[in-house]
Structures are given as structure tokens and as C-alpha cells.
Ligand binder design. Sequence first.
Ligand SMILES: *Cc1c(COP(=O)(O)O)cnc(C)c1O
Length: 420
Amino acid sequence: MRDTDGMAALGQQGRPVDEVIAELTDKRSGDVKWSDGKTFGMVYDGGPSVHEVAEQAARLYLHENALNTQAFPSLRQIQSDVVGWTADLLNGDENTAGFLTSGGTESILCGVLAARKRGLAERNITEPEMVLSESAHAAFHKAADNFGLTVHKAPVREDYTANVEAMASMVNDNTVLVVGSAPQYPQGVQDDIPSIAALAKSVGANCHVDACMGGFVLPFAERIGRDVLPWDFRVDGVTTISADIHKLGYAPKGVSVILHNTKESRKYQTFVFDDWLGGFYASPNMQGTRSGLPMACAWAVMQHLGVDGYIDLTQQTLVNADLMRAGIMAVDGVRVLGEGQFHLVAMAAEPDSGIDMFALGDALLERGWYHDRQTPPDNLHSTVSNTNTGVIDQYLVDLSECVATAGTTDDRSTTYATLE
Ligand SMILES: *Cc1c(COP(=O)(O)O)cnc(C)c1O
């Protein structure tokens, strides 16, 4: 027998349904308790009726396969509806076209691939390059790594937005893609998309706007009268946009939208093949077999919420984030990085306080508050959403108590020294 190195082999005999489910339920006991609102990110809770409609849709589409929409015409329609609604929210026109993908990363992979293929087909670029800001999501680097593009990465400005002049110095005849974020993930600030799109257009490159976070926030923030700088298909030169329904679109995990400004652009991301023994094969994104479940859930959640439902959730989300930002600024020793206007908050130490932010993160976690950690500088990241409604006041109380007792980075070097 194979040495399983601590891993058990699958049991010879199957187990009863109840027993299997009981063990799975038990396994979850150590996971974050997102439903109490104390997790800032990863799970986005639209409320009980949103769960209900998603769970019922999931049950209907648990087994369906969207690889073949001839067999499942309902999934073709579902995809076309969701893509169409998203294009409309993002101010596309009758030429706007897109697909559903499994998430933001896949949407970005599709956007980068389309840019590379367009560069080869229309400009004969065989050594493709892309230009982005150091705030752009890691998924762009993954795409460059997978598809063989050279990345030019510009430092951010002091306010954490993309430094478009620095990016301009990196654009050349091999540039197939220039990237902007609306907003970017690390500090939640929005790049100057019109300048980035103009830069891309000046060399005939694609401009991808990463609205994985903002795609289902900014359209509604604009409707409730918040200041939203131009970022969507109203901006000349924007060729592709990624928007995640499984984030602030409040659908369960596994669904995002990639939109192209034209159907010709969309063609560059699809793969069509008719030269193997398995017959005609067409695939719009990175997947082969594609679960119908997340697509149906997205359809159901969007139909259930409607624009008004999203406006309500966005209103609460932005109020939560504003409260959090104001509360953090009021605590001595910590500060908010950048001037984000939306739902992402990065909290760092005041430069002279010496507070060990990751020790602070541990102390908050002991009280149930979960943040992602990022650096530089060491900071705690929050994706605020409707999930956190009603808990921010308590969070701020816990935060000031934890800051008061948090160690400094000097303590941390001592700990590291002891560990060695
Ligand atoms: C989450 C996110 C991504 C990646 O999306 P996944 O769904 O995690 O694959 C890309 N860009 C931004 C700005 C994001 O917030």
C-alpha cells in the first residue's frame, strides 16, 4: 500500500448520510463565525431572505453543467440576463458583452488573456507587456505568470492611488494592457480611471478596470448621492471590467462578471476547438465543466434584491465603513491609510506609536474580530459590508481596549528572538 504520510485512505465502506453531515458540521466549529458580523471580509451577508433565495436556487441547480448550454438552455439565459443587468449597471451599451466566471481572479485572467490575444492579432505583439500600479490585485501578476506577459509595476502616490505619470513612462509599443482599480483592494481608494484609459488608448492597448470590489457598490453609491469619480463604460478607452457578484453582489461564492466594451473584444477570450476526437468544443473562460449553481444563485439574488435592495445594502455598508473610519481616527495610536470613500478600510499604527499591528490583530481575534493582514506598513484590512451592520460600535470599544494593551513592535522583535 502507498505510504499515506499521515493521510487516511478513503474508507472501504460508505457511511450513512446523517453521520457524514454530522462530521462535516463538526468540522466547521473552528471556522470564523461570520454570521455574528465580526468577520470583515470573505463572507458577505445580504440578510435572511437573500440566503433563502440563494439556497433554494442552489438546490435547483446543484447538478447542472453550464459547459454545454445546448443541453441547459436555461443557463445560457441565466448568464445572458446576469451579464446584461451588470452591463446596464456599469453603463455599457448595446455592444457591451461578457461572460460569467467563477470569481474575480478568473475574470482578471480572462481580461489579461483577451488583451494579449488582441495585441497579437491587431498589433502583432509577440512580447506582450502590461502596466499596472503596485496596488493592483495579485491576480494580475498571476495572469502575467500564467500567460507570459512582462509586468511593469509603478509605485502608488502618497494617497495610495495609481501614479499615472509613473505608469505613462512604462507604456511602450509592446503594451497590451493598462490596469486601473475602482477601488483597489489594499486601501480601498479609486484610481484615476479616465487618465489610465487615455494612457491605454494612446498606444492602442486594452484598459482593464478592476471593479471586483466596486462593481456592485459604486453604481449604488452613485444613486444614493455619494461622490463617485468616473470609472465605468462611460469612460472613453475602458475595454474590459471585472465585477464580482460573490462579493458585494451578495451571491454565494463562485461568480463574477467579465465585461468587454465590444463583442469583438470578447472573442479574444473564448476558446473554440474542433480538432480532437471529442467533437466541437467551445469554452468562454478558464473552466471546462462549469457549475450552474453559482450562476443560478447570482441570478436569484440579483432578482430578489433589485436595484432598491442593493441601494439599501450599499447604504448600510457605507454607513458602517464611515463609522469604522471615524472611530479608528478617534483612537490614539492607530490611523486609516488613504482616504477611501467606500467599503474598504486599512488600519495601521500611527508612525510614532510603535504599536504592533499584528499583535493587535491577535488581540482583536481573541474577541472574535477577524481582519486580513497586509504589509507594508503592517496593517489590518477590513472589507466592510452589510454583514457588519450593528456591530461597529462594539468593535470600536474593543479596538480602543486592545490598542491600550497592545504591545509594540519592540516587543515583537523580542518574541522573534526568543523563538529562534
Ligand atoms: C477580490 C478581488 C479580486 C480577486 O477576486 P477573487 O474573487 O478573490 O478571485 C481582484 N481584485 C480586487 C480589487 C478584489 O477585491
